[in-house]
Design a protein around this ligand. Sequence first.
Ligand code: SF4
Length: 695
Amino acid sequence: MPRNGRRWRTHVSSAFGPPAMTIVEKKSFCRICGSGCGIVVTLDGEQALKVRADEEHPVSRGYTCPKGRAIATDHHRDERLERPMIRVDGELVATTWDHLLDDLAPKLKRIIATTGPVGVGTFIGGGGFLDASGFYSLLAFGKTIGTPSSYSDMTIDSVSKALAGELFAGISGLEPRADLSKTKMVIFIGTNPVISHTRTIQMHAPTAAMRDMRAHGAELWTIDPRKCETAMRSDGFIQPRPGLDYAVLGYAIRELLIDGADRDYIADHAQGADKLAAAVDRFTLDYTSKVAGVEAETLQAFVAAIRKAGRLSIETGTGVTMQRAGNVTGWLALALMAVTGSLDREGGSWVNPGRIMRKDKADFPAAPEDGWNRPGPKSRPELRGTHGDFPCAAIPDEIAAGNLRAMMVWGGNLEVCLPETARSYAALQDLEVLGVFDVRGNRTVDIATHVMPTKGQLERADMSFVTDTSFPLLVTQYTPALIEPLGDRKAFWWILSELGKRMEIDFFPGFDHETGTDDSFLAYVLGLFGHDFAELREKRLLVEEPVIGWVQKFVDEKLGGWRLAPRLLAEQLAGLETRESAHDADKLILIPRRQKYHENSKLIDLRDPPQVMMNSVDAVKRGFAEGALIRVSTVSGKVERPLKIDDTLRPGVINIPHGWSDEMNVNNLTSTTREVDPITGMLLFSGLEVWVEAA
Ligand code: SF4
């Protein structure tokens, strides 16, 4: 039984297949997160026994994390989905694919005929992103039916990055990464790559990567309210009050514009340096030290390290992007890289254009000065869309208004993503269609109308597709399926093709799904981007050197230089001033955290416990002992979990890992109206003031 006390009702048991004859090892790559580490899977017939690191993988170099090594256990766990299921009289019952699709297709068609395509929404989470067939089928489905109701997990954890790039460089979703082999300084802000790899940091084998960077003379700094595992391995550590990282960056930029910035570079490749200087003018040493709660000497040492390094790279994580100042911190990180001449330049940072999509070779327009400014959905027009998505904060209201009547969920546990858990969960149950593609049961599956079990990562041929930007090189990797699918699981491409046939829509023109295979679908997708599948299948890993300078060229030609001080962000920074000195000492500030053994809600019940972490100073002050059940509240809601005392946290800070379900869901503490970023519509999951009491 899962640790949160629930028992999934969707389990359909099955045997593991025919008796095993021999034990074999097969190579693949992990798709729990986007890092794509090379793995070796030990198989006994159709049963996965064990996963270990592939020592010969040229990028991950023999590294896996505990999540990757749990793939075999995860594959056979009780909650796995094996049969299509459909809701009948309030209960999910196993059915056939024909019955499910014959029921689903006319319902979707009827909704589109009644409301227009807007009535059918899509949501994609990690399970969809990390499956090439899944991700492409989402693109094809959304584009072909023409729905604007596109939602993704980006608007619950990282949309500020998309916005900052859009306004600063005209490119939505610009994500510069360290030029690992040459950089002289890397600054980690609100990110902990030693534990939380994901696809955003191109540091496979993170501890070894940090060691390698040091070996060629790089200095590593971490800015975080918690002395996290990455901070422990860094040369410098700044522990500001939560949400005040931007003040530290503002101070550094102010100082460098006085002494240390690359003046020639700024003159040739940037615009608005005077406006940037004005925007950060309040961040003097004394002021920054006071509002951020950081010793003046530490701030001075930080700037001295930047001056010494010359070029640098800054990595930001969800500790930045999930809080109120996420947009301005993302902007100032780009600005600090630009004023030091480090952005998209050797020894600083670079932007992986993707080996399949090759953005560096594509011709696309630059975003206007205030961004694309796409209005939000009808019920929440003020929640502006970014990067092609509507903000998830709008979902409950869109359902309540009757604008959203169906939601197709591509491999994501929507229940743990949405705010105000009870209201959102009730809203999802009001949908006419909640179609879920997944490999295992969860609370979103529990309330689905149509459950479509997809092939797990050991069961499908696959390639790195949208996640190929996770690598420190241009990389595409391929894996064949290692074992047969459990039960009646199907590939995304097959399900969408069959659904399309019944809706009289061809989602994949030119692809013959009647004779199709996973391989032929990958070949089809690669062909659309001008790549050859035969070479990839034969070699399994294709690598090209990084391309540095393509974004700089784009920005020079299309914008006339980096926009150092985008108007919207400069205004938002000015607006934060009133909050900088205001702090209620009785309240704690909430920050997020990724635990070691689970990836969001994936693998959540295997090892990590649901906990609340607090410094011993705060615990003693409130009379709490280790393990006590405590209640954490905001005006929006509450969460109850056992206490873990953790002195790596700055006093005054409370830490609640996300991914947990139902009443333990930290999203209960936020709100779709009070806690929403005014520019992106992003829910604020971090930096909230909370109060705590014994439960
Ligand atoms: S870092 Fe990501 S890809 Fe690598 S083993 Fe862990 S979960 Fe898998």
